[in-house]
Design a protein around this ligand. Structure first.
Ligand SMILES: [Zn+2]
Length: 290
């Protein structure tokens, strides 16, 4: 599933291709993609005549800003956008087509059919589902070490599912959580109360650095991901643990293992990301209680 770096790359590439284009009409051939307004006919009618101003992002959602409307779209597993000439053959699994008045069109293709589109009046999209409960953006200035700790430090859950929860911090998925936890040397099953000041600082830096570098590389193409211009990302070549089960850790040479944490396949180097010993932790708790 595309995470922040992939969606940000789609946003950038798409923005260059569609900003300024006026939609003449819209064709929906798979109604279930359209979440709001629920009727594809209403969706298509509302968009006709509107001009795309820019493509923005909130978490893993694209926000296509038009004059007087906002189209919020999630790619889920394998959704992808592309811009084509209207006379180009339409590929299989193309479900929504935005026909522009200049002979081009934006096509949404989705083999798995899990992607979504919601149409809102400007401003409403940020105050209504699915965007209203989203947490802090990790690449924006507001994401300071303090804001990071405020978002997750008081929670009782293991750190990996905490980081995956979009209501705390947006944009991190299975790939970048595993990468950031490895970079910070933190075992994914640790709980926030076991993290010391230095751990928080390393994890904060690792999240920013991992996401920043992945955006610079155009995201990771693991299965089917391509950007808005049909190009693959390059960050899959730089991954340290994700997808490297049984391979050698790039830091210590030990084996990368795979287990399940919070219901998700998780890649760990147990040498670089040790779990604090239970006895030691119990002693710490005793000392804290004194
Ligand atoms: Zn290692």
């Amino acid at each position: 599933m595309p995470e922040l770096p992939e969606v940000e790359t789609v946003r950038r590439t798409l923005n260059e291709l569609v900003a300024g284009k006026r939609i003449e009409r819209v064709t929906v051939t798979l109604p279930r993609i359209i979440q709001r307004p629920e009727e594809p006919e209403a969706f298509a009618a509302a968009l006709a005549g509107h001009t795309i101003q820019s493509v923005e992002r909130r978490g893993k959602f694209l926000r296509i800003i038009l004059d007087g409307l906002v189209l919020v779209s999630h790619l889920r597993m394998e959704g992808r956008y592309g811009v084509y000439k209207q006379d180009e053959p339409v590929e299989l699994h193309t479900h929504v087509r935005f026909h522009f008045d200049d002979g081009m069109e934006l096509r949404y293709k989705d083999v798995r059919q899990f992607g979504t589109m919601h149409l809102f009046a400007p401003g409403d999209d940020l105050t209504l589902p699915p965007l209203n409960k989203l947490g802090i953006e990790p690449l924006e200035e507001a994401f300071t070490l303090q804001a990071f700790k405020k978002a997750v430090a008081s929670r009782k859950t293991k750190i990996k599912p905490l980081l995956l929860n979009q209501e705390h911090i947006v944009g991190l998925g299975n790939i970048y959580v595993d990468e950031a936890l490895f970079t910070a040397g933190i075992h994914p099953e640790r709980t926030p109360d076991t993290l010391k000041a230095a751990d928080w600082s390393r994890l904060y830096d690792a999240i920013r650095a991992t996401l920043g570098r992945a955006v610079d590389a155009g995201g990771s193409s693991i299965k089917s991901y391509v950007n808005g211009q049909g190009e693959m990302g390059m960050f899959q070549h730089e991954l340290l643990v994700y997808g490297r089960e049984k391979e050698a850790c790039r830091s210590c040479g030990g084996p990368i293992s795979k287990s399940v944490v919070g219901g998700r396949g998780t890649h760990i180097c147990l040498r670089c990301q040790p779990l604090p010993k239970a006895g030691k932790r119990a002693n710490q708790v005793k000392q804290a209680a004194k």
